[in-house]
Design a protein around this ligand. Structure first.
Ligand SMILES: [Zn+2]
Ligand SMILES: [Zn+2]
Length: 146
């Protein structure tokens, strides 16, 4: 089951409402095989979908950690919710809609009480608000979805 996160900058109010994780229908079969693979709805880039489905047909391995994930632009720090997956060695490359830089995944890191920080995965770098430079976010809502 996935979680819904409403994240808001504790200073200026910049926010993102993101669904993270996976829903009940998100089996590898539903997403990557059949006549209407769910991947078409989850990824808004035709070439990425084509490449992934081609690799699945060729028998490449689908990594089991797929799901909706939080991405940030490493340049201007705008946040996006995108579907992460990996087939063989192929991963989607999503681009920032403002500056076209390839987005990187961020994860929740510990903040002070009531707030959270976001950290770039695999890097020693924290996310900062694109509007005001603050690095603390308040999680204003949390619920499960399926
Ligand atoms: Zn801010
Ligand atoms: Zn950008």
């Amino acid at each position: 089951m996935g979680q819904r996160h409403d994240l808001r900058c504790s200073k200026c109010g910049y926010e993102i409402d993101a669904m993270l994780g996976i829903g009940m229908l998100y089996s590898p079969e539903n997403i990557f095989t059949g006549q209407t693979p769910l991947l078409n709805e989850l990824v808004d880039d035709q070439l990425t979908v084509k490449e992934a489905l081609k690799r699945v047909k060729l028998g490449e391995t689908i990594a089991d950690d797929y799901g909706h994930a939080l991405y940030a632009c490493p340049k201007d720090f705008y946040l996006f919710e995108k579907f992460y997956f990996k087939v063989g060695s192929f991963e989607p490359k999503y681009h920032c809609q403002y500056c076209d830089t390839v987005l990187e995944q961020v994860t929740f890191a510990k903040g002070t009480a009531g707030t959270t920080k976001l950290k770039f995965i695999g890097q020693d770098k924290f996310w900062q608000c694109p509007r005001c430079g603050n690095d603390a976010m308040v999680e204003t809502a949390f619920e499960n979805w399926d």
